[in-house]
Design a protein. Structure first.
Length: 236
């Protein structure tokens, strides 16, 4: 009997990529079973209504007025087995753009997208990948990312495929917003954000939920709930 193909949605965003004051950039991905998309969206909308949160969810707009909502959202994320997250943390000061990336920061950025995503592509799975749309991003790079991931699948995976990969505006998608928030939170944590702020309170709450004091070490690949990949490549 043929094995059934499971279908997943991946929502990805990045933070601190173009910020010259931040030493580390983060690219993150929220992974959910596609069949659970609607019920998860209903739950999140329910939380938004419960806490009277009527705005686009973005880490950069974190405010004390909605602290209870942010904490409730993290509680919800950690309570659902069907919500998982993976991110890659890259020390930008260690990158040699000239030697390895043809002096193209956009190319380097998508290479790290590739490194982060490829480990989530598994046998007997089909994926729909949604990237956060940026006005300055080269559209051809997204196509190249799709192509490179397909090549990786062809060489290393069985019965695995990417049915869709495209960029969307985050205000149109709750899950892209959640990916933005989690990615931004990690970016703030690893760049030693201002202490005593609402954002530092959220980082503290997050670390209590995840059971980690710091995020400077990679998680084992077996850690599915909140997987952290700290890039330490010598050829970057």
């Amino acid at each position: 009997m043929d094995r059934a193909i499971e279908v997943f949605n991946i929502y990805s965003d990045e933070t601190r990529v173009e910020n010259p004051e931040a030493q580390k950039m983060v690219i993150g991905a929220l992974i959910i079973p596609r069949r659970k998309r609607d019920i998860l969206a209903e739950d999140i909308e329910g939380l938004r209504a419960q806490y009277n949160f009527n705005y686009e969810l973005k880490w950069t707009k974190t405010s004390g007025q909605h602290l209870a909502f942010y904490k409730a959202l993290l509680d919800y994320f950690f309570s659902k087995e069907t919500l998982n997250f993976r991110c890659i943390i890259v020390d930008k000061s260690s990158l040699d753009y000239g030697k390895y990336h043809n002096d193209d920061k956009e190319l380097a950025f998508f290479k790290f997208y590739y490194f982060m995503l490829k480990q989530k592509l598994l046998d007997f799975k089909r994926y729909y990948i949604f990237l956060d749309k940026k006005p300055t991003r080269d559209k051809n790079m997204a196509r190249a990312l799709h192509s490179y991931l397909e090549s990786y699948i062809l060489l290393h995976k069985k019965q695995c495929s990417i049915a869709h990969l495209q960029a969307y505006h985050s205000h149109e998608n709750l899950f892209l917003q959640l990916a933005d928030y989690l990615t931004g939170l990690v970016g703030y944590a690893v760049n030693s954000g201002k202490q005593g702020s609402v954002k530092s309170e959220m980082v503290k709450y997050f670390k209590e939920k995840i059971g980690r004091v710091e995020l400077s070490k990679s998680s084992p690949l077996s850690e599915e709930k909140f997987n952290v990949f700290v890039w330490k490549g010598n050829d970057a």
